[in-house]
Design a protein around this ligand. Structure first.
Ligand code: KIV
Ligand code: ZN
Length: 580
């Protein structure tokens, strides 16, 4: 028990008081043989959602009962087994909601609902009333244990606080025993644990443990040690958790829980280090809702662990559905750079990133052999598909996008496998367009641009038909006829040559000014069977070594190639016009 001298906080000497600085670093924890830095998180903690309590109390517009129920169902579907649903003694709405869960049988068989209460007699009675008949529940009692809170907020000494806690736990135990049909467990939180003298935290938690008297390794007492306000760096939190666990007398009958707030933006780090230090349970909220900067974000926590091969038991395979539901219910938007769910999380803007991702995705098998893991891709630490997100969305285009990334979008989203030698022309066309519109452009716009620039470019030539006929004696020789409109005027031209493409080139050489040759062309089938379309990518070589690609598609590969030639000629004429 506390002796009286612990209740006194010595006043600093007068000279030190004058010199008091506004901010000083929190004192480090004396734990030179700490073990947590050398450990790895290998198993999942028990997850406890506090969305409907800590999260809800910090929403500009708290949830209605109907929204709370939808949120509760989402939490159950996502796999939470501990869900803090309310602070029933603090508001009638919270009380009614708790009762409605119990009365309407909304609680799945393997879920414990949890209700928060301060260590005060009337509030505890009211909390039990709200939980009456619950199949499985956790009564979560808390009291502030930091000197700051005890003295300044409640005008209590350590001794008075300890006695109050013990009295309350005794009351809770008696009420739990009287509700024998319910599986009622206890959680105790020394509020502002990280600003509490650890000796006092241990003392009050030992006293609570003793008074509860019902803890076993199968039904442990939950001791939740909150970083109510993030006043310390994460390594201090880990030290405190490790020290607490070492010093607690019957730690095998206790489930050490952590509850981090994000005031310094390090709640995730603090929670992860606390897990290394031996915490076995994590309280937090989806997307970090909660007082001020929020509670630790359980989605990020769980996805982080999943990305390191830990099975968390939470289902994040449709993470966008979770995000959309929470956004709709809370009315609070999720930022575009929020890990895992943000709009830009699986988006690479810069060309070098796009190129690296494209290569990495094509070489997944090699990576698996090289690194002995199923997923190792540049710039993507997790497979978006595991979260129900799509590869197709990985790359978006702006003026910084590289040609490789643009080609990848065309290939992945539209099945267009443009040859590598064509990539610079496609890249230049997209860059010109995005410079003009001065914004990010969508994959659909890239596709439209590809069609209008390379497949159907405006120009003087409009092919009406091409009929290649093999010579009766030498079938490799073609006599053909080209019907074409040139600047609106219809013409018919004879086509002679070795093969249908060469004959067409000769015909076109007669009617257009541009001299060009074709050394090679690329073809691709899109689709299968009778529906298959041939795609031809034809580089027209101009005097001086310049090349311009045209693209054509048709069910017949020769017809696709001649369309590609006409498209290429239209591009060349237009380009010459632009430079004139
Ligand atoms: O942040 C906190 O300390 C709390 C307690 C009630 C656990 O929310
Ligand atoms: Zn909290």
């Amino acid at each position: 028990m506390t002796d009286n001298k612990d209740d006194k906080i010595a006043d600093p000497p007068a000279d030190q008081r004058k010199a008091a600085r506004k901010y000083v670093p929190p004192p480090a924890i004396d734990l030179p043989d700490r073990l947590w830095p050398g450990r790895t998180i290998e198993t999942s903690p028990v997850w406890c959602s506090v969305d409907l309590r800590d999260g809800n109390q910090a929403l500009p517009n708290p949830l209605s009962a109907a929204r709370k129920l939808e949120y509760f169902r989402l939490l159950c579907e996502t796999g939470f087994k501990h869900i803090e649903v309310a602070f029933p003694s603090a508001s009638q709405d919270d009380f009614d909601f708790t009762r409605s869960l119990v009365d309407a049988g909304h609680i799945p068989d393997d879920v414990f609902i949890m209700a928060l209460t301060q260590c005060r007699e009337k509030l505890i009675d009211r909390t039990f009333e709200s939980l009456r008949g619950v199949p499985r529940g956790i009564v979560h009692a808390y009291c502030a244990t930091s000197d700051l809170h005890m003295r300044q907020v409640f005008a209590l000494t350590r001794d008075e606080t300890l006695k109050m806690a013990v009295r309350s736990i005794g009351q809770i135990r008696d009420l739990a025993e009287a509700n024998g049909a319910s599986d009622l467990r206890l959680e105790f939180s020394p509020e502002e644990f990280t600003d509490t003298d650890i000796e006092f935290a241990l003392e009050i938690c030992e006293a609570v443990f003793e008074e509860w008297g019902r803890a076993t390794s199968d039904r442990p007492l939950i001791l939740n040690l909150p970083a109510t306000v993030e006043r310390r760096p994460p390594n201090h939190y880990a030290d405190m958790i490790e020290l607490f666990r070492r010093r607690f007398s019957q730690i095998d009958k206790v489930l050490v829980s952590v509850h981090s707030h994000n005031d310094q933006g390090m709640a995730i780090a603090a929670t992860e280090l606390a897990l290394l230090a031996g915490a076995g349970r994590v309280e937090g909220a989806l997307f970090g809702h909660g007082e001020r900067t929020g509670n630790v974000d359980l989605v990020v926590m769980a996805a982080n662990l999943e990305s390191r091969g830990v099975d968390t038991g939470l289902d994040l395979t449709n993470i966008m559905k979770i995000a959309e539901t929470v956004e709709r219910l809370t009315g609070m938007p999720i930022p575009a750079r929020q890990p895992y769910v943000g709009e830009y999380v699986f988006t690479a803007f810069s060309g070098s990133h796009q190129d690296a991702i494209r290569k990495g995705l094509h070489k997944l098998k090699e990576s698996a052999e090289l690194f002995g893991v199923g997923w190792k891709v540049p710039y993507l630490h997790i497979d978006p598909a595991d979260l129900g997100r799509k590869y197709q969305r990985l790359i978006r285009i702006n003026s910084q996008s590289g040609k490789g990334g643009i080609a990848w979008v065309l290939e992945q989203e539209y099945g267009i496998e443009a040859p590598k030698s064509m990539h610079p022309e496609i890249g230049a066309a997209v860059q010109k367009y995005s410079d003009k519109v001065a914004r990010e452009i969508s994959a659909d716009e890239v596709h439209e641009l590809f069609l209008s620039e390379f497949v159907n470019p405006a120009g003087p030539f409009e092919l009406l038909g091409y009929w290649p006929r093999p010579d009766d004696d030498d079938p490799t020789h073609i006599h053909g006829e080209v019907r074409i409109r040139v600047n609106g005027e219809e013409k018919v031209v004879c086509a002679e040559g070795n093969g249908p493409i060469s004959a067409f080139v000769h015909a076109m050489n007669q009617i257009c000014d541009a001299e060009f040759t074709i050394e090679d062309y690329f073809e691709q089938a899109i689709g299968r069977g009778a529906e298959a379309q041939a795609m031809a990518y034809v580089p027209l070589e101009l005097p001086g070594g310049k090349t311009r690609f045209g693209v054509g598609s048709d069910t017949n590969i020769d017809q696709a190639a001649v369309r590609a030639i006409v498209a290429g000629l239209n591009r060349i004429v237009r380009e010459n016009g632009e430079t004139d």
